[in-house]
Design a protein around this ligand. Structure first.
Ligand SMILES: *Cc1c(COP(=O)(O)O)cnc(C)c1O
Length: 445
């Protein structure tokens, strides 16, 4: 699809952002010129995806669309049991309803916000076990998404009997779309299994992760993306998937597992929460589009084109000297806001402020992945300032041209050039108790 976008004036954007309480989630999409809020559900479907949508079987139970979808998930992930859900967080909700109890501990390599939300909402604890390199944005490390096996082992030994599973996120979204190596996937699974702990792979960008294994890890250059994906999942117990990312559909998700007892247990939650187990909140046509998207986006050329576009934006930022999480990740560039807006104190949310500045500059909408998103500690209710404070520029799949990327880079350069003049950030006027970043209302200081 091709759609028109509108260039607004700075005065208009100032008014709109004020009305949106300095939270870009509250903007209307038509007030945005280039929308890099997320790569989730924003990709352009292919001709083949649109054509299989016409073959959607909308039968309530046992639709042919379900069996096509199931067969594709089995082929790509090598797991026999598949439950569709309406998106990734719904897959988490269904599976975690079965597995997570009050007082549990769930280690993971930087849990995604909804994943953490689903754990904490059940009064369990999510513990980050990402490797330390991930927190140094300027270190050029090929697999910054990796799990620290020492940190993981510490959690496993200190919480025996309280860990229902470990979440392994590929790619590691929260630390910058950074990949996890095949070596680390295998070592993580081995370690967990030694402790009798299953591994659930959060798989939104599994194909991008497979691309990085092929292009960066020794021994994989001659393997296909599909072969690599099968190997990635060979030891995992289950996968939750947001099909809005690497299956390039606008809505959809699923659970896949090799554990029959999890499948049987999760079905009982799927029916009241998502719908009958052969549609899980999705239309038959959507299931067809997911199956086609999974097949296409596990081909090298598709991934290569996408990841080169992300790298193109990174190269522009390199020219301008703008610091971001290095090397460029799979789906986005994460600008290191702490290193850009050095005069804005962390209590005033530098990345959120930079997000506002970029929108005001050129109508480009990014997304804060920083202190606002990190939320408050569930026990102390203090802001969590321990992690990175990033502005994410997420690039939708097959939507924008490299020329759009040049506009984004130029806009960011303009902000960067006047960074010394930005000395104050934002203050919270209202926030929700959980996952506040979507609805938070701010005041500009
Ligand atoms: C997007 C995402 C989810 C949640 O999926 P939705 O489809 O947005 O509900 C979970 N984990 C990761 C890593 C994601 O990127």
């Amino acid at each position: 699809m091709v759609e028109a976008i509108h260039l607004s004036t700075r005065e208009e954007r100032e008014q709109w952002l004020k009305e949106a309480h300095y939270n870009v989630f509250q903007l209307k999409a038509e007030q945005v010129y280039i929308d890099l809020l997320t790569d989730s559900g924003t990709g352009a479907m292919s001709d083949r995806q649109w054509s299989v949508m016409m073959l959607g079987d909308e039968s309530y139970a046992g639709a042919t669309s379900f069996y096509k979808f199931e067969a594709m998930v089995q082929r790509i992930f090598g797991m026999p049991y598949v439950i569709p859900t309406h998106q990734g967080r719904a897959a988490e909700n269904v599976l975690f309803s079965l597995l997570v109890k009050e007082g549990d501990v769930v280690p993971g390599n930087a849990h995604f916000d909804t994943t953490k939300g689903h754990i904490e909402a059940r009064k369990a604890k999510a513990i980050d076990v990402t490797c330390d390199e991930a927190h140094d944005t300027q270190a050029e490390v090929p697999f910054k998404g990796n799990v620290s096996l020492e940190k993981l082992e510490k959690v496993l030994t200190e919480n025996k009997g309280k860990v229902p599973f470990m979440v392994l996120t590929v790619t590691n979204n929260t630390v910058g779309g950074q990949p996890v190596s095949m070596r680390n996937i295998k070592d993580t699974c081995d370690l967990c299994h030694q402790y009798g702990v299953p591994v659930v792979m959060d798989s939104a960008r599994f194909a991008e992760n497979a691309y990085f294994i092929k292009t960066r890890e020794e021994g994989y250059a001659d393997k296909s993306i599909k072969e690599i994906a099968l190997e990635m999942y060979a030891q995992a117990d289950a996968a939750t998937m947001s099909a809005k990312k690497d299956a390039i559909v606008n809505m959809g998700g699923f659970i896949a597992t090799r554990r029959k007892e999890w499948f049987d247990g999760a079905k009982m939650f799927c029916i009241p929460m998502e719908g009958y187990v052969t549609y899980g909140g999705l239309n038959g046509r959507d299931l067809n589009a997911i199956a086609q998207g999974l097949d296409e986006n596990t081909e090298f050329d598709m991934l290569d084109t996408r990841i080169r576009q992300v790298r193109h934006l990174a190269e522009r930022l390199d020219e301008y000297g703008i610091p971001y999480q290095r090397p460029a990740g799979g789906h986005a560039i994460f600008v290191d806001a702490d290193k850009v807006l050095t005069h804005v104190p962390k209590e005033e949310f530098p990345a959120q402020t930079l997000t506002c500045e970029l929108y005001l500059e050129a109508g480009v909408r990014g997304c804060e992945i920083g202190y606002m998103l990190a939320d408050r500690d569930p026990v102390t209710r203090e802001n969590r300032f321990g992690g990175l404070d990033l502005l994410r520029l997420a690039i939708p799949r097959r939507v924008y041209t490299d020329n759009h990327m040049d506009v984004v880079a130029a806009a960011l350069k303009n902000v960067y050039d006047r960074r010394e003049t930005v000395t104050r950030g934002v203050a919270i006027e209202w926030e929700a108790p959980l996952m506040r970043h979507f609805t938070v209302q701010l005041r500009r200081l």
